[in-house]
Write a protein that binds this ligand. Structure first.
Ligand code: CU
Length: 151
């Protein structure tokens, strides 16, 4: 049995809007992002925006009830030029690593979580540009994907 470190961060306000978001002001050089996911294989946003040069604190909530093994979600940000479809294919074979292939294609990723869980990852914003993000759980990327934009 593997226990993940689940970090709720004490900051549980739900993002009130699912519309595409304006860039969040950074506090002390940290851009905080919150993404919700659910049992219907959905993220609540298709677009994340951060301030170039900031640190990013990305929190993923799973508001559903299904277990990680059945409806696990993560949020993986790919380096530019990485093909979503081929990455997702490789991810399927990386079950032992929470569907993160051991290669060099990832800028940052969260832990894989199930219903009722939350997880946070902190990383440096990459160079200005637009990147793809997805959930790499098998079969999810078609619905669970979007753009990560560094302004
Ligand atoms: Cu998923």
């Amino acid at each position: 049995m593997i226990f993940l470190v689940i970090n709720c961060g004490g900051n549980q306000e739900k993002s009130s809007s699912s519309e595409s978001t304006a860039v969040k002001p950074s506090e002390n050089g940290i851009t905080k992002l919150v993404v919700n996911s659910n049992d219907l294989m959905q993220f609540d946003t298709k677009e994340l925006r951060v301030v170039g040069g900031s640190k990013v604190e990305l929190t993923l909530h799973h508001t559903g009830k299904l277990a990680k093994e059945a409806m696990g979600h993560n949020l993986v940000i790919l380096k530019s030029g990485v093909d979503l479809s081929s990455f997702a294919q490789r991810a399927i074979k990386a079950k032992d690593n929470e569907y993160i292939p051991e290669d060099d294609d990832v800028i940052a990723h969260t832990a894989l979580i199930g219903g009722g869980q939350s997880t946070t990852v902190t990383f440096d914003a990459p160079a200005r540009g637009t990147y793809d993000f997805l959930c790499s759980f098998p079969g999810h990327w078609g619905l669970m994907q979007g753009k990560f934009i560094v302004e």
